[in-house]
Design a protein around this ligand. Structure first.
Ligand code: DQQ
Length: 663
């Protein structure tokens, strides 16, 4: 068995030192000088044309950065002819408007546009992950439970499959799995949110009232905080929302850029003065990411507190900050309400979505209610430089406390890894992750555990069990499970006697391993990779590998890496195909275990009970419909592995439909 390892990430090493506040920017005097509410939608056509002209001129000069595949490419529109179809893709406007670049498209066209058939594109739509009926979606917003219904709001473009015209989509569920689509909850219709009803969070007050705080991008593209409440609190579906007459309730304070002030959190009650606190992400002039704290009693008036909740140098703009308590009590496996006071047995998690690299980082630490500061337990893995919720595609996440299930539930935005052109062809882009319960891992004390909500198991249909399968070095073992496009897999592996024992000199020390920089599942090492191939065709010409890779360090100890490899996931080349992953803690006596949810174009995996999670988007061309298979593989050269137990269920499709008003 492998000894305990620390969860140091594979990639993204930054300088961690904390710094003081940066010099201030000129004061923003926004409030009071804005015109009254106007009913105007921004033109989407002119900016798109302007961008297209500009970028055609620049086309020969453009240098596209692929990196992890998402994010850093220049914003441009494209027009592509393929298979007789001309697809116009609007320029992505995220950066111009002061939020992340949302598109992967430009970087992908170098590979040549693949001739996607309608059948291939139709197959990519998922069956039990939440997605709107059509068009673009990004961040989950304001999740809450109200009068018997779970509510999920999300960033949505009513006009197309690319980011823009951001509106709050809305769906409700009884069980977090089956969803009913409702009309949009909020649309950009006032001067203060005409450029987008951006991300925000819900707070349920002790008297049952719900307040929704969210960011508006004003007609001048300034980021302000806005308040809305249910217009009819007696409606369990919360279909109508009233924006406050007092909006905007917050404008960027001195020292904060006008486009660096967004995504208010759920409020928590500070036990020292019984007033509410919220935190809002930003950055300073030295490019430190930070979280501002405001105090409020009525959600209309706010005081900016002198101290920052936290700041980390070099991490850039913090989007979609989340801040919540977790139980450190060894016996408790329940979530905690956001207002749970700090004290013995309570830790606080601070999460920031880093605009710079588009990943969600968290830290575990202590919240001091007296000073409203948070301190990480381990500064070496501070927010933005250490642990991530997910080492694949997963961003702008938000959690909420579910009082019925007594659990904290987390959703993340799962973007696409294909081109915008393909998104336009298929008519939609992005998913929400499977809702995940979040707990502190009280065995390690140093990481969270994320796990699909238990209701997902109600989708399980036919199941098959394989146990005691030998996986000698170089082996590939087919698993006969029938249709393999909607799966729930639970696999437990034992590394058998053939493996060098810890401390043995047999294998010698190996170079440190990094999933993302490796050759993926094809790269053979002494003690890895081994695991599963999903969404594979019979000939293995397409496959997505989910695997472990053990490495012996110079000290003779083994470390365990958990990776997901999409290099050979598709014959198509207009895709980002990456190997994602990180190390995963494995304690003495533990087997290696992984749970994998396969849902058409998403593979979402949880290693060691959810200590390390990876989500990939994959777009096979052959391993689809009835041709998708599952295999075990062991590509290590010097490790015998036994698949101790492999359970595979076919999952039913969730019921995700428009709300049946006639009923
Ligand atoms: N998405 C929203 C912003 C947020 C960003 C805009 C994160 O509020 O910062 O769609 O993806």
């Amino acid at each position: 068995m492998t000894p305990a390892g620390s969860a140091i990430v594979d990639d993204g090493v930054h300088d961690a030192a904390q710094i003081a506040n940066a010099p201030l920017l000129p004061e923003t005097n926004l409030k009071g000088r804005r015109p009254p509410a106007r009913q105007r939608r921004p033109s989407t056509v002119l900016p798109a044309i302007a961008w297209t002209v500009l970028l055609l001129a620049l086309a020969g000069l453009a240098v596209y950065r692929q990196g992890h595949g998402d994010g850093q490419a220049a914003a441009l529109g494209d027009q592509v002819a393929s298979a007789g179809r001309v697809v116009e893709v609007a320029a992505s406007r995220g950066v111009v408007q002061g939020v992340s670049e949302k598109s992967t498209a430009p970087a992908l066209l170098g590979g040549g546009a693949y001739d996607w058939t309608n059948a291939m594109l139709a197959w990519q739509r998922t069956a039990f992950h939440f997605q709107p009926q059509k068009n673009w979606m990004n961040d989950p917003n304001g999740p809450l439970y109200y009068k018997g219904w779970y509510h999920l709001f999300y960033q949505w473009n009513p006009d197309g499959a690319v980011w823009g015209n951001i509106t709050w989509g809305h769906a409700v569920s009884r069980d977090l799995v089956h969803w009913l689509h409702l009309p949009p909850a909020m649309v950009p219709d006032h001067w203060y949110d005409i450029n987008g009803v951006w991300s925000g969070s819900a707070t349920q007050l002790p008297d049952g009232r719900i307040v929704m705080l969210y960011t508006g991008s004003t007609e001048d593209a300034v980021q302000v905080q806005l308040l809305a409440e249910p217009a009819d609190p007696s409606d369990p579906l919360l279909r109508r929302w009233a924006k406050s007459e007092s909006n905007p309730v917050l404008v960027p304070p001195p020292g904060i850029g006008l486009t660096d002030f967004r995504d208010p959190t759920t409020a928590w009650l500070n036990p020292t003065d019984r007033a509410w606190r919220i935190t809002i992400g930003s950055k300073n002039q030295e490019h430190a990411g930070l979280a501002l704290v405001y105090r409020t009693e009525d959600f209309l008036h706010y005081d900016l507190l002198p101290a920052l909740l936290h700041v980390v140098q070099g991490t850039g703009m913090w989007e979609c900050v989340d801040f919540y308590p977790v139980s450190a009590d060894l016996a408790a496996d329940v979530g905690l309400d956001t207002s749970t006071a700090p004290g013995p047995g309570v830790k606080h998690v601070l999460k920031a979505s880093l605009d710079d690299d588009r990943h969600d980082y968290y830290g575990i630490g202590t919240y001091d209610a007296g000073t409203d500061r948070w301190t990480p337990d381990d500064a070496a893995i501070d927010v933005g430089i250490g642990l991530r919720y997910d080492y694949g595609k997963f961003y702008a996440s938000k959690s909420f406390y579910d009082p019925v299930g007594r659990r904290r539930v987390l959703w993340g935005w799962i973007g696409e890894s294909d081109s915008e052109r393909a998104d336009v062809l298929k008519g939609w882009a992005s998913l929400q992750s499977i809702p995940r319960t979040v707990l502190l891992d009280t065995k390690t004390g140093s990481n969270l555990l994320q796990w699909p909500v238990v209701e997902v198991e109600n989708l399980r249909m036919r199941g098959k069990l394989f146990d005691g399968l030998d996986m000698p070095p170089g082996s590939v073992v087919p698993l006969d499970v029938g249709r393999a496009t909607q799966l729930d897999v639970e696999a437990v592996f034992q590394v058998q006697a053939g493996a060098p024992a810890a401390g043995s000199a047999a294998a010698g020390a190996e170079a440190p391993y990094n999933c993302s920089a490796s050759a993926g599942s094809a790269g053979r090492g002494l003690l890895g990779p081994f695991g599963l191939l999903v969404l594979a065709d019979d000939g293995l010409s397409e496959q997505t590998a989910v695997y472990f890779y053990l490495v012996r360090g110079a000290d003779g100890k083994l470390s365990t890496h958990f990776c997901q490899d999409a290099f050979r996931s598709s014959k198509a080349n207009d895709l980002v195909k990456a190997v994602y992953g990180s190390s995963v803690p494995v304690l003495d006596g533990e087997d290696l275990s992984v749970r994998i949810l396969v849902d058409h174009s998403i593979v979402e995996s949880f290693a060691q009970g959810g200590r390390t999670c990876i989500t990939s988007r994959v777009y096979p061309t052959k391993a689809i419909y009835d041709s998708a298979r599952v295999f075990l593989f062991n590509n290590a050269t010097n490790l015998n592995v036994t698949a101790k137990s492999i359970k595979i269920w076919e999952l039913n499709s969730a019921y995700i439909r428009p709300y049946p008003y006639s009923d």
